[in-house]
Design a binder for this molecule. Structure first.
Ligand code: BJW
Ligand code: ZN
Length: 297
């Protein structure tokens, strides 16, 4: 593993412009599971197999149970040192830093009236103007017919989904035991749009769906405005596009890519990168300290 000094040397000189691409590994230390590898199974389903429009069309109740379980967990956890370090960097660097998070792990403190709704990044104090949620937010609920989207932190959203809103502290949730049947829930018991009556779905971006095109244009404009000096690739397997493309593009422009990942064999790292192997919640505060505490460089 590269030593911290190599990264700190990179930070010297003119204020570097920094782009961060964040994935589920950042929230792992907060207690939220990742998508792939250990923890990527829900019952006997791969999590990614439930994050598709096809899965929702086939079995909306199953997909809603999966998302209700994740919404419930989000309400139990706190941001970690990695979220805090990125938030501190954003405050220190303002427009010289942009954080693209693939994570949808919003929260539900009594801030429902805030727009946009805060997630673990924002709860850590990350200014929203330096943060883009590439794959949406867990507490946005979208009508699958008229697309009206509302922020709703009810847990569960409707009584029929209560089997997924069970605290782990209360013992093993029977829903997670694949040998037990999934509760039978009819379509009429699932959340419905208050405007048109259509069935609602999680307001996240599933495979095959387009990301917000305006947001992508804004990201491109930020990248193209001035050279980006450092791309941080944090806690992501870097297999999902377009997120994975930002680091690839940076490498072709000879921008330094710095990977932070628990897995020493991660696919996210390429030859020439600075690679930090470990928990992002621990590594980011140490890596970013010179930028977030004014006297350290
Ligand atoms: C730690 C740690 C610790 C653990 N500390 N590290 C170009 C080429 C090929 C395919 C495509 C392409 N462009 C588009 C596609 C199709 C598709 C795609 O990318 N497919 C690939 C899989 C091949 N992309 C799309 O469909 C996207 N839409 C799109 O591009 O529209 C236009 C289009 C469509 C079709 C064709 C072409 C163009 C949409 C992608 C939406 C992804 N959605 C999900 C679900 C979101 C909602 C939800 O959360 O439920 O997003 S899938 C899932 O993967 C989720 C994640 O955000 C995303 C990335 O996962 P992530 O964060 O990397 O998690 P993991 O688990 O994979 O990795 C965790 C990492 O952390 C690991 O490396 C661990 O080691 C590490 N780790 N603990 C540090 N403590
Ligand atoms: Zn509707």
């Amino acid at each position: 593993m590269t030593d911290l000094a190599a990264f700190h040397t990179l930070l010297r000189g003119n204020s570097p412009r920094i782009l961060a691409i964040v994935g589920a590994g950042l929230s792992a230390s907060s207690g939220l599971p990742t998508f792939r590898g250990a923890g990527g199974l829900w019952r006997n389903y791969e999590s990614t197999s439930l994050a598709t429009p096809g899965a929702f069309a086939r079995d909306p109740a199953l997909v809603w149970l999966f998302y209700t379980w994740r919404r419930h967990m989000c309400l139990q956890v706190d941001p970690n040192g990695g979220h805090a370090a990125l938030a501190a960097l954003a405050k220190a660097r303002g427009g010289g830093f942009l954080c693209l998070t693939q994570n949808v792990d919003s929260e539900c403190l009594p801030t429902a009236e805030l727009s946009p709704p805060p997630d673990l990044h924002e709860r850590a104090g990350h200014p929203t103007d330096t943060l883009r949620h590439l794959h949406g937010r867990l507490f946005d609920v979208k009508c699958s017919r008229c697309k009206k989207t509302e922020y709703n932190t009810d847990d569960p959203l409707v009584p029929a989904l209560a089997a997924a809103s069970v605290d782990v502290a209360d013992g093993e949730n029977p829903l997670l035991d694949p040998s037990r049947p999934v509760p039978q829930i009819t379509a009429s018991e699932l959340p419905h749009c208050s405007s048109c009556g259509g069935i609602q779905r999680p307001g996240v971006v599933w495979f095959g769906e387009n990301l917000d095109s305006r947001m992508l244009r804004e990201v491109d404009a930020w990248i193209d405005a001035k050279p980006v000096d450092i791309v941080l690739v944090i806690g992501t397997s870097s297999v999902v596009y377009p997120a994975a493309g930002y680091a690839e593009r940076a490498r072709t422009r000879h921008t330094k890519v710095v990977t932070v990942n628990l897995d020493p064999e991660t696919e996210a790292a390429e030859p020439g990168d600075l690679v930090y192997v470990g928990d992002a919640a621990q590594l980011l505060p140490a890596l970013l300290a010179p930028l977030t505490t004014s006297s350290s460089l």
